[in-house]
Design a protein around this ligand. Structure first.
Ligand SMILES: Cc1cc2nc3c(=O)[nH]c(=O)nc-3n(C[C@H](O)[C@H](O)[C@H](O)COP(=O)(O)OP(=O)(O)OC[C@H]3O[C@@H](n4cnc5c(N)ncnc54)[C@H](O)[C@@H]3O)c2cc1C
Length: 415
């Protein structure tokens, strides 16, 4: 199958769909090849099936939430196809969106399928020819400069190829890292892949009584000895393996590096992040004066979920049955200190496959930020999560995939 103006897009996720749409609008014949029987499985499961499709912040505010090299790279693409353009594209397909109080943008229907169907229609309307259920087996470049893309059924040749095969987490959705293999064979390097926005496995695992317990508005820190690696304010959730919830997911990327180096990394919970240790101790002193006959285990339920009373008291070496008036100043100080720094456990794993995104990937200095064309292989365009970009929770990762996909498709069409 060969025509000189053909562009092959590999991977029909957020980035692939957008790039195929733009390439087709640019007047090119576009073949979008996807290994799954349908497009965009990750979009369908995003945001718990509701799809947090982008963020409602300004472009500058959004870029600030990425690490510096990422935000420098994304600046052009975010301006070329910003969050407002994503919402407008959906609106034109009949999918209204709204900005939640926390800045996350969702379809009003709260149904990720509506977003996905709108993107599939957008690509189809532009004339994109989709081939589903066709895993690409190889991508090579011939001496002539043409690319050869092979599936079990077909051999395609094209002057331009867009690789949008995603990262390497949630592999059952199709992202098993094939793109990295082809691109390294073509001369690219890969920043080692790491989990991001992943749950954290702990040792010892939380006891069954704690599993399913949420801790609201705490500060979760990853600590290694005296060093605090990173902290994040938000909710956490105790699970059968360790911790999940927004704060745990956010901290996973930074916690992974020292863990991988073999350092002991502990997860510390500050139950009262807005209150300095002295003020916590002061609160305990006043409370003891106001209700001296209350026992400690019922009293600390004012600060933490009841189910955590036992492990917190154990860590502070405090007897929950004693009355508040029986506590010495030293014991109050110990309680204040454990409320500010409760060790939930030691990190025993942060699984790549369970990360909502993959950190690492194709280095940003090997790709042009204004075209998404490879600096190593002319005619090769790379977009979406396969790049070394991993944003926070909040619609940032889909926006990065949409924007880089848009730029890749438009540039490939112009080439
Ligand atoms: C559970 C979960 C929830 C998430 N929720 C959100 C959210 O609410 N908001 C947000 O912004 N982000 C969210 N994300 C992250 C976001 O979904 C991804 O960052 C984004 O979808 C990446 O888009 P992509 O197009 O680069 O890659 P993907 O969507 O992963 O698409 C890559 C495509 O390439 C295909 N492919 C791979 N190899 C081949 C091959 N050999 N041949 C053919 N096709 C191939 C895959 O099957 C896949 O369809 C979530 C992720 C997960 C896992």
């Amino acid at each position: 199958m060969e025509t000189p103006d053909t562009i092959i897009v590999i991977g029909a996720g957020a980035a692939g769909l957008l790039s195929a749409w733009q390439a087709a609008l640019g007047g090119r014949r576009v073949i979008l090849i996807e290994k799954n029987a349908r497009a965009g499985i990750k979009i369908r499961i995003s945001g718990g099936g509701k799809c947090n499709v982008t963020n409602g912040g300004t472009i500058d505010a959004m870029l600030k939430r990425f690490e510096k090299p990422e935000s420098r790279f994304l600046r052009f693409a975010f301006h070329a196809f910003p969050n407002g353009a994503v919402r407008e594209l959906l609106r034109q397909q009949g999918v209204e969106t709204y900005v939640r109080e926390d800045g996350k943008v969702f379809p009003s229907s709260h149904n990720a399928d509506d977003v996905l169907d709108a993107l599939i229609r957008t690509a189809a309307d532009a004339g994109v020819q989709s081939v589903f259920g066709a895993p690409v087996l190889s991508l090579i470049r011939e001496a002539s400069g043409s690319f050869v893309v092979t599936t079990a059924q077909e051999r395609y040749t094209a002057r331009s190829v867009i690789v949008a095969t995603g990262g390497m987490s949630y592999m059952k959705t199709g992202t098993s890292g094939d793109g990295f293999r082809w691109l390294t064979a073509l001369g690219h390097t890969v920043v080692p892949l790491r989990p991001a926005l992943a749950p954290i496995e702990l040792t010892p695992v939380p006891p069954p009584s704690l599993q399913g317990t949420p801790v609201r508005s705490c500060r979760l820190s990853a600590v290694s000895g005296t060093e605090t690696i990173d902290s994040f304010d938000g909710d956490i959730l105790y699970t059968h393996f360790g911790l999940s919830g927004p704060a745990a997911l956010e901290i996973s990327k930074k916690a992974f590096l020292p863990f991988e180096e073999g350092k002991r990394v502990e997860m510390a919970v500050d139950f009262l992040p807005g209150t300095p240790p002295d003020a916590v101790e002061q609160r305990l002193t006043s409370a003891a004066a106001e209700g001296p006959n209350r026992n400690l285990s019922t009293f600390i339920a004012n600060f933490i979920p009841t189910k955590l009373a036992e492990p917190v008291l154990l860590q502070g070496e405090l007897d929950g049955e004693r009355k508040l008036h029986q506590f010495s100043r030293g014991e109050r100080r110990r309680l204040a200190s454990v409320l500010k720094r409760f060790i939930a456990g030691t990190v025993s794993g942060i699984p790549l496959d369970r990360g909502e995104v993959t950190a690492g990937g194709i280095p940003l200095n090997e790709v042009s930020p204004t075209t998404m064309e490879s600096a190593v292989v002319p005619g090769l365009f790379i977009c979406g999560e396969i790049l070394d970009i991993a944003g926070p929770v909040g619609g940032y990762n889909l926006q990065a995939a949409f924007s880089t996909g848009y730029v890749a498709g438009r540039s490939a069409a112009l080439r």
